[in-house]
Each structure stands twice: as structure tokens, then as C-alpha cells.
Design a protein around this ligand. Structure first.
Ligand code: NAG
Ligand code: ZN
Ligand code: ZN
Length: 375
């Protein structure tokens, strides 16, 4: 599941020796219609990849500078428009007018990642999904498709929250700075300036006049994400499959992971088999005659095969018979398990008096409460 942008970026890197000049979009592995969120995402990935702290290679450092430059231009609506219309030449002219132009790539990086090092990448929350399946599915293995709700960046506003570009205005309260400075009296005679996040725009420096009709300004929309899980045969309880980057998308983070955790259904009294680690447990109920004289039973295994049990002798209530190699299949380091069949014996609720006599004779048993004459 390598994102396309990364693939493009990788192939561009391989080719960069023979390409005359890459566009700023190509440097970030993007097309011209990339959204703000795409640009952020590409910069987040690539700047980390080439950051000198991670990649000490000289070529990587040069790439880091290029990536930072591309991001700086394309993340700003004004410079992006200039670049789109007039290309490199237009950009140079604009920078010359502004004097200096171009920030230190490390400042761009620090600004983007909130001043921390490359390790402090913002990742969105991960999502844990518990899925219960039949024990039979864990015995035989199964592919399972299901849907989970997922928020994705709005397809109309690409995460700006505004109906159109022209609906985004500079915040009037803070003048686009995102912060306001207030005079405050700390104690009598001492007054100072307190800098605070602009309450009007929440620190963004922008205000939206008309909210996006699709996401209502939320920047993300609700969708259903289809996940295909492969449950391997013999998977242990709590087996996890991790879908990287498939959790909710957000404007300020890279999507977290969806963790799918598999368990067998825990519905009491359903199905004749239960599981204990790699063992499979079943119960067989015998009549008194069967417990004393022997029996034959056909049990249906989880995969539908018949397991035949035969006994000629007696069986104690609570006795457990081990049928080797008929437990869960081996999985990784976990060896193949065994099957455990526990016997219980049902006694008759009532016995007719004549039967009692017969049984007493048979077992040479004294019946104390009832004399034979009474019968
Ligand atoms: C068990 O299955 C075998 C083979 O299918 C059959 O011959 C036998 O009669 C069955 N026994 C019982 C107790 O159902
Ligand atoms: Zn929207
Ligand atoms: Zn503001």
C-alpha cells in the first residue's frame, strides 16, 4: 500500500539525473491539481526522508533543500498562483521584488513540524476494530471483507472548509497573524503584553465566509472504508492485521492505522466446540448405559470432518479424552493443538421401583429405606 505520490517521487528520484528540470510539483511527486492537503502530505513524507538527521548523504541534503523550496512555494496561495501562471521566471521576479525570498529549509521544516525534530511527526489517531468470527473460520482460515466508517479530506474543498478559494479571507481581528497581543495588568502598577491565540480565527489567520456545502466547513467527510482481512488458519485469539494509514484523515496529520483484531465468537451454548489456545474442547453427554457399557459417537469437526469415538469399557463423568493432532492447526511458532472431549453422564431422574430392585440385586446393594415386603 505505497501511496502513488511516493512511487512517483521514487521514480523521479531515479530519473532525476537525466531530466533537465523538474517542476516544483514533480519534486513533491504531485500533479498540478494537487490539493493543499496533498502538498502537505508529500512534504511531510519527503522532508523526513531527506532530512540530514535521518539521511546524511550529500545528495539527500540537496534534495531536502529542493523539497523545502517546492513546499514553501506551493503551500502559499500567492506564490503558487504566480508559479502556476509564470513559472520559475515569475517566481524569481516575485522574490526579487520581495528582497531575499526563500526561507532556510530547516526553518520551513521546523515550522511545519512545530519545531521538533523529524521524529515528532504528527500522526492521526489509530482505530481498533474488534471482529468476531466463527471458530470454524479461525480453524480453516478465511478472507473477510467488511466496512468501517472513515473520515476523509473533503473532495470539494480539499480540506480548506470553504466553498471556494474566494471565500477564504484574512482574519480581521488578528490581521492574519493568528495571534493577538493584549495589554494586561498583572498586579497594580505592573502592566504587560500578553500574546494569545486569536479567538476569532482560532490561530489560523484566516476566516471563511461561505462554508463548503459538502463538508459544512468540517474539512472532512464521512465515508465507508472497505477492508479485506485475511484470517490465517490457526490464527490465535486476538490476531491483528494492521492497515497502515487507513484511519481517519485529517488536515493536520497523517492518517493513523486501522488495527483489526480477530476473536472467535463468545456466544454461550452456541456450537459444540470452544477453544483454549491451540486446543479445541468439546463435550459428550453419555447415558448411564453408555458410561457403563461403552458407546460410539460421531462428532463433526470444525471443518466438517467426522471424528469417530468408540469405547468398549466404562467412562467416568468428567473424564477428558485427548485426541491428538485434532486441535487448531499450527500457526507460526505455535504447534498444532489437540482435541479434548469431556464426558458427562446423565442419570435418570426417576427409577421405577421394580427397576430399583433389579439394580440392587445386580450391584448387590442393600436398600435400607424400603423393605421388599412393602412392594
Ligand atoms: C458414524 O459414522 C460411520 C461412518 O459414516 C457410520 O458407519 C456409523 O454408523 C456412525 N455411527 C454413529 C453412532 O452414528
Ligand atoms: Zn468541504
Ligand atoms: Zn484571527
Amino acid at each position: 500500500m505505497i501511496p502513488n505520490t511516493l512511487l512517483v517521487a521514487l521514480s523521479l528520484l531515479l530519473l532525476s539525473g537525466c531530466i533537465a528540470a523538474e517542476s516544483l510539483y514533480q519534486i513533491l511527486g504531485l500533479k498540478k491539481d494537487a490539493s493543499d492537503a496533498d502538498i502537505k502530505k508529500a512534504y511531510r513524507k519527503l522532508s523526513k526522508k531527506y532530512h540530514p538527521d535521518i539521511n546524511p548523504d550529500e545528495a539527500a541534503h540537496e534534495r531536502f533543500i529542493e523539497v523545502s523550496k517546492a513546499y514553501e512555494v506551493l503551500s502559499d496561495t500567492e506564490t503558487r498562483t504566480i508559479y502556476d501562471r509564470h513559472g520559475d521566471a515569475g517566481l524569481k521576479q516575485h522574490e526579487a521584488q520581495k528582497q531575499g525570498g526563500g526561507r532556510n529549509p530547516h526553518d520551513v521544516f521546523a515550522h511545519f513540524f512545530g519545531g521538533g525534530g523529524p521524529a515528532q511527526e504528527q500522526k492521526g489517531p489509530s482505530m481498533l476494530t474488534n471482529v468476531e468470527v466463527n471458530l470454524a473460520d479461525m480453524y480453516t482460515g478465511r478472507n473477510l471483507e467488511f466496512q468501517v466508517p472513515r473520515k476523509v479530506i473533503c473532495t470539494h474543498c480539499h480540506g480548506s472548509g470553504a466553498e471556494s478559494e474566494s471565500d477564504i479571507h484574512q482574519c480581521t481581528q488578528c490581521g492574519g497573524q493568528g495571534v493577538i497581543v493584549q495589554r494586561q495588568q498583572f498586579f497594580p502598577g505592573m502592566v504587560g503584553n500578553v500574546q494569545m491565540t486569536c479567538p476569532s480565527c482560532g490561530g489560523k489567520g484566516k476566516q471563511i465566509r461561505r462554508a463548503c456545502h459538502l463538508c459544512h466547513g468540517n474539512k472532512v467527510i464521512d465515508t465507508q472504508n472497505t477492508l479485506a482481512v485475511h484470517i490465517p488458519a490457526g490464527a490465535p485469539e486476538g490476531y491483528e492485521e494492521i492497515f497502515q494509514g487507513e484511519a481517519d484523515e485529517g488536515v493536520d496529520w497523517e492518517a493513523g492505522d486501522v488495527i483489526v483484531r480477530i476473536r472467535s465468537e463468545r456466544i454461550e451454548g452456541r456450537g459444540e466446540w470452544t477453544r483454549k489456545e491451540s486446543g479445541i474442547m468439546g463435550r459428550v453427554t453419555l447415558s448411564v448405559a453408555e458410561a457403563l457399557l461403552g458407546f460410539e459417537r460421531n462428532l463433526t469437526h470444525l471443518d466438517g470432518r467426522t471424528i469417530s469415538i468408540q469405547r468398549k469399557g466404562t467412562t467416568q463423568p468428567g473424564e477428558v479424552e485427548v485426541i491428538e493432532g485434532e486441535g487448531m492447526p499450527s500457526f507460526g511458532d505455535i504447534p498444532q493443538g489437540d482435541m479434548y472431549v469431556e464426558y458427562s453422564v446423565i442419570l435418570p431422574v426417576e427409577i421405577a421401583d421394580d427397576t430399583r430392585i433389579k439394580l440392587a440385586d445386580l450391584f448387590n446393594h442393600q436398600i435400607s429405606h424400603i423393605s421388599r415386603d412393602e412392594l
